[in-house]
Write a protein that binds this ligand. Structure first.
Ligand SMILES: Nc1ncnc2c1ncn2[C@@H]1O[C@H](COP(=O)(O)OP(=O)(O)OP(=O)(O)O)[C@@H](O)[C@H]1O
Ligand SMILES: [Mg+2]
Length: 269
């Protein structure tokens, strides 16, 4: 590709390409507790895969293995052409490529929203103040919060703080975004705004691996859904099929509980 730019930066800002993820035979245990018991899961570039499953099934642990917040004992994970599980891998380089959004937003409370978005760009990516600010403002606009740049995070609602956390991740030009229950700590009326941002991101072609209990989001936005239970993927397939017509008994039971949270199990049934 012909370039007329005089910039010396290696990659143009905002032009990271979505990566694939390949997980093969992943095992993770804590002492004698086997948490992941041979997980295999692929996500194609630009694909959205939702992970669903009961508490303790290993969903967060799986996400945390993908960006090396946890080290698995066995198995292979690749993000694009990088083998994350290679013992010699550059961990910082992996984390630069993989954005993660948590249930708790983890913003720096004593910094403005804008500084929350620029600090890692400057320190990790080596961007100039001006460049980092330009990227940050662009991403604040993407999440509809341009007017909050100078506010402190504590002055924003939970939903707005989560949108800032997403904008902060996007400012690092990730090739893959991991979301771990990004809406489960939010007031119900702010959940929709965060899901709308995630839906936009999916439409724009980001590769996304999303742990969520929002079944309508999973059904409407995910390309595929994987149901985990007891450290294995029990069932995986197109979102409409897994949620609309689950094949396995455990998936059926889980979905009926999630979709009817106030229903009381009948002891005789
Ligand atoms: N650092 C740790 N040390 C010991 N055990 C852990 C650790 N992290 C997770 N576990 C255990 O691993 C299992 C899976 O936890 P994980 O957080 O991955 O589940 P989850 O599917 O994300 O659940 P939830 O829906 O409640 O978030 C649990 O039994 C948990 O107690
Ligand atoms: Mg979890």
């Amino acid at each position: 590709m012909k370039s007329t730019s005089t910039s010396t930066s290696a990659a143009p800002v905002g032009e990271a390409h979505p990566a694939s993820v390949t997980i093969d035979g992943l095992h993770k245990s804590y002492g004698s507790l086997d948490v992941l018991k041979g997980i295999s899961l692929d996500v194609a570039p630009g694909e959205v895969v939702c992970l669903i499953g009961p508490s303790g099934s290993g969903k967060s642990t799986l996400l945390r293995c993908v960006n090396l917040l946890e080290t698995p004992q066995k198995g292979v994970i690749r993000v694009g052409d990088v083998e994350v599980t290679d013992p010699d891998v550059d961990i910082d380089a992996v984390r630069r490529r993989v954005g993660m959004v948590f249930q708790q937003f983890n913003l720096f409370p004593n910094m403005s929203v804008l500084s929350n978005l620029t600090i890692a760009q400057r320190k990790v990516l080596g961007r100039s103040d001006a460049e980092a600010k330009k990227v940050a403002l662009h991403n604040l606009e993407r999440v509809g919060l341009s007017d909050k740049a100078d506010n402190a995070p504590g002055q924003l609602s939970g939903g707005q703080q989560q949108r800032v956390a997403i904008a902060r991740s996007l400012s690092m030009d990730p090739e893959l975004m991991l979301f771990d229950e990004p809406t489960s700590a939010l007031d119900p009326e702010t959940v929709g705004d965060v899901l709308a941002i995630m839906r936009d991101l999916a439409r724009e072609g980001m590769t996304m691996l999303v742990v969520t209990h929002e079944m309508s989001f999973a059904r409407d936005v995910a390309d595929r859904v994987a149901f985990m239970d007891g450290g294995v993927v029990v069932e995986e397939g197109p979102a409409q099929e897994v949620i609309g017509a689950p094949q396995h008994e455990r998936t059926k039971t889980f979905l009926s509980r999630v979709l009817n949270p106030t229903a009381v199990d009948h002891p005789e049934s």
